[in-house]
Design a protein around this ligand. Structure first.
Ligand code: ZN
Length: 383
């Protein structure tokens, strides 16, 4: 009999990953400076999510799970050792920012390393790993991990899109290597494609990777419908590209028509969600139209799926989300279903016509994309 409790991972060290400010405006010839604004992946957003969970009473209802530094061996199940050492060195002498191409790997021009970044990244990976252990040892039924830095763009030797180590990939490997799990489902609802996670399990039939993301977005050329896995892994990568403007109803339809039926057929022993709340209507890094109500609904669907197939075993890992005012609302709404509560948080924009539009619109484009995805993935699944 599994515990009914929800675990919560957070560590103050995450706040030491300092992405700094942006102030330079590029012109065709030269540049100039403005008053500084926080980097999109600002520590302030992580801090606000934590404060929101505390203030709303959600943190107090969860069981703290202590994070720890992931060991080099744990990181090396996916990342090459020269990359791990290279990141450690760069961060020590930070702040450092790409683009950088070295003999051991690559860092893009958006990912910043500060002196605290390496330790934060180690503890984020170790936090995800400890959460898997807490769930699989029945100390908690499910868990939410407020990790920083995020993870799903990170590849074996590449830091990309604000990500350093791939916490999702490392968590899945830990579930498999330490607890012998044979089937793990990863659902990536961050608005960007989880290229690193896809890469890690592309030839692997033991991990069903399902990504919902804005089509033709970031990273370029990743996440197309046709990318379905290779060899033994064919069919076990399921990309669901969605058009700009997809709101709550479109996302809910995607979960009802695709994600949940896939999970019912695959019957995972653990579900890991890469939860980026950057598909919201206020997010500066995408053009989707989700509201906190939409996040609550897709989270409820995943909790229901987990109850049906794997005794409720579900781990939600924080990924992107760049609207400082709204991400904490969307995150709390995604976390509440893990605990089975609704604490009555009123949407920041309750009553606005924009919010109503986001919650009710279902565009023809979205309907067509969902139909295309269903028809395509029917080659491997009954959907
Ligand atoms: Zn994202």
């Amino acid at each position: 009999m599994s515990s009914s409790r929800t675990g919560f991972v957070f560590d103050e060290r995450y706040l030491a990953h300092d992405t700094g400010v942006e102030m330079r405006v590029q012109m065709r010839d030269g540049s100039f400076e403005l008053s500084p604004e926080p980097h999109p992946s600002s520590v302030a957003i992580t801090r606000r999510i934590k404060e929101f969970l505390d203030g709303s009473g959600l943190s107090a209802r969860m069981v703290p799970i202590t994070a720890r530094a992931a060991s080099e061996d744990e990181l090396a199940v996916y990342h090459i050792r020269a990359y791990i050492a290279g990141i450690r060195e760069l961060a020590r002498h930070g702040p450092a920012q790409g683009p950088l191409l070295t003999e051991w790997g690559e860092i893009d021009d958006e990912t910043v390393l500060s002196p605290g970044s390496f330790e934060a990244a180690l503890y984020a990976a170790g936090g995800a790993i400890n959460a898997v252990s807490a769930i699989l040892e029945d100390k908690v039924r499910n868990a939410y991990a407020l990790l920083r830095p995020p993870c799903h763009h990170a590849m074996s030797n590449k830091a990309l899109g604000f990500c350093i180590f791939n916490n999702t990939v490392l968590a899945a490997h830990h579930a498999r290597n330490t607890y012998g799990l044979e089937r793990i489902m990863i659902v990536d609802w961050d608005v960007h494609h989880g290229n690193g996670t896809q890469d890690a399990f592309y030839q692997d039939a033991g991990v069903l990777f399902v990504s919902l993301h804005q089509q033709n977005w970031f990273p370029r050329l990743w996440g197309e419908l046709e990318q379905v896995g290779r060899d033994a892994g064919e069919g076990y990568t399921v990309n669901i590209p969605l058009p700009p403007g997809t709101g709550d109803r479109g996302y809910r339809a995607a979960f009802e028509q695709l994600v949940v039926p896939l999970g019912l057929q695959f019957r995972p022993q653990l579900i890991i969600i890469t939860a980026g709340q950057d598909a919201s209507w206020l997010d500066p890094m995408a053009q989707m139209m989700m509201t906190m109500q939409g996040y609550r609904q897709i989270s409820q669907l995943m909790v229901g799926l987990a109850a049906e197939v794997c005794d409720g075993r579900l781990l939600m890992l924080q990924a992107g989300g760049y609207s400082a005012p709204y991400v904490p609302y969307c995150t709390a709404a995604a976390v509440e279903p893990l605990l089975g509560v609704d604490l009555g948080i009123v949407d920041l924009y309750a009553g606005s016509s924009e919010l109503e539009c986001c919650q009710t619109i279902l565009t023809l484009d979205t309907q067509r994309s969902l139909e295309d995805a269903r028809v395509w993935h029917r080659q491997w699944w009954k959907i």
